[in-house]
Design a protein around this ligand. Structure first.
Ligand code: HSE
Length: 313
């Protein structure tokens, strides 16, 4: 075997869901596809098309390639495969809070692992991805699919993935500006009042309990947060008005998607009001001078997976 090629499909993610800062995430039905060929000969050839293609580095700085190398190193296979061809077909908007960098990390790890006949299990991939990304809340749903709750204890990540018993659709408003996670974390305080910690623990717990048991009436305030959104509001004009508009139009609630700037509304499947929610959110954004476009998404239940696996030679 001199070359092997695999193609991996990785879902977009939305982290936090309001009170679950750095702890909750969902996988969504919007996907990036990455094709990886590992070669014995050194040198990397990277091509990208789709969302943000012109901003994606085609050299050693490329996140997919860094993640491939990370996995090869862990497996002790650096000498066996010294080069690669990578093709990225991206549909997930870049730097908007939909986990595009997490998908690149997961794509690199998952594809390289498949080529090594799945030497590492999903939990090990999650640990690697978290070590690379810095926090697990986007990489966890990208790997597992569904609704994920993660913990980090002394650097060790754990993740519980489940399918909520309340069926929801997601309306994601994508504003026409970028926001890096780094700048959105810089506005956060180092310390928070005890009452805000209590607010988030109770709301986050309520959300998971309501979703796991199918108790819809407890979702009414479950997406509210006191840890990060108030501080980040200054970076996203009209954020709370957009949340309120989504709720008036029939959503259970709305939240900043990851570190933003996308905003996500959680809409009851049975109410069939996603168009109304999107119109209301777009109008509220427009009142603050922000143009935004909607994405209509559902829960991805599968997580990252290989869509073909062909050996060359
Ligand atoms: N939870 C992170 C944040 C974003 O809100 O800064 C995604 O990892």
């Amino acid at each position: 075997m001199s070359e092997r090629t695999v193609r991996v499909r990785v879902p977009a993610t939305s982290a936090n869901l309001g009170p679950g800062f750095d702890a909750f995430g969902i996988a969504c039905t919007l996907y990036n596809e990455t094709t990886l060929t590992l070669t014995r000969a050194p040198g990397v050839e990277i091509t990208a098309r789709g969302e943000g293609a012109s901003h994606i580095p085609a050299d050693e700085r490329n996140i997919v390639w860094k993640s491939v190398r990370y996995l090869l190193e862990r497996a002790g296979c650096n000498d066996e495969f010294r080069g690669a061809k990578i093709h990225m077909n991206n549909r997930i908007p870049l730097s908007r809070g939909l986990g595009s960098s997490a998908t690149a990390i997961v794509a690199g790890l998952k594809a390289a692992n498949a080529i090594l006949d799945n030497r590492f299990n999903r939990h090990e991939l999650l640990q690697f991805a978290t070590d690379i990304e810095g926090h697990p809340d986007n990489v966890a749903p990208a790997i597992y699919g569904g609704f994920t709750v993660n913990t980090v204890t002394n650097g060790v990540v754990d993740c519980f993935s489940f399918l909520p018993r309340i069926f929801m659709r997601f309306v994601v408003m994508v504003p026409n500006f970028y926001l890096s996670t780094k700048s959105a974390r810089q506005v956060l305080p180092v310390e928070i009042p005890m009452k805000d910690a209590i607010f988030n623990i109770s709301h986050a717990g309520m959300m998971v309990a309501a979703l796991a048991r199918g108790a819809e009436k407890f979702l009414d305030h479950a997406f509210e947060d006191a840890l990060h959104q108030n501080y980040r509001a200054e970076l996203i004009p009209g954020m709370f008005d957009v949340f309120a508009a989504a709720k008036r139009a029939g959503a259970y609630g709305a939240a900043l998607s990851g570190a933003g700037p996308c905003l996500i509304a959680f809409v009851p499947e049975r109410r069939r009001c996603t168009d109304a929610v999107a119109d209301a959110m777009r109008a509220a954004f427009r009142d603050h001078g922000v143009q935004a476009r909607p994405l209509f998404l559902r829960l991805d239940t599968k997580g990252a997976h290989i869509v073909n696996d062909k050996s060359a030679n």
